[in-house]
Unconditional design. Sequence first.
Length: 260
Amino acid sequence: MTNPPNNAAAGRASAAGPVITCQQLTKRFGDFVAVNGISFEVAAGEIFGFLGANGAGKTTAMRMLCGLLGPTEGAATVAGCDVFREPERIKQHIGYMSQKFSLYEDLTVRENIRFYGGVYGLKTAAIREKTTALLQRLGLAAERDTLVGSLPLGWKQKLAFSVALLHEPAVIFLDEPTGGVDPITRRQFWDLIYEAAARGVTIFITTHYMDEAEYCDRVSIMVDGRIDALDTPAGLKRQFGVASMDEVFLHLARGAKNVE
């Protein structure tokens, strides 16, 4: 994966205003500051890379933005919902996919779609309609009664991403979604990301693959709970006078104290 997918294009981000806002968002656990006053905005349809070494604080920050962990101080909104006052509302407006794909392997493809449709509050008729459309789009109609655990890894990945978008959320959080898959499958997955962004879905993604950072509209890099850099991939490479995002990341990560 040395080049972005064919449908990559700059300037997808909408001018309608930010979908995610953070102002001095902070999380403390006792005397330990896991997230230290981070501030940024993410626009509709933007692909925002949220990078950092293990222990940098990115997982804690993502959990706050998903409404799963209460902040200590600061302010943040996701899809117009306040992370302090409306964490449950946030969950109605976001999708989430982790490296584990968030699917039940002992359920069939169709059962997984039906289950998550119910979790997202969709009506039975809508679930039925979306299931048919999703299976056709992914080419999985013949596998609808196949247990997810027996599917190839790439199919699981595409299904999990599509299920996370079933309720048409404003934002989808992707937590290292391409870990462990081959380069061809990763490229195909990024095609799905670009298609979703083109429809106006905001993509908030963490990854350890620095070539994937090149595919993002903008990238932030956390070090010891702070955001130490935030710009386009091209802008970051110019700022640090290097040729790749690998070198940008290494330059910043060398000084980190909280590395697992």
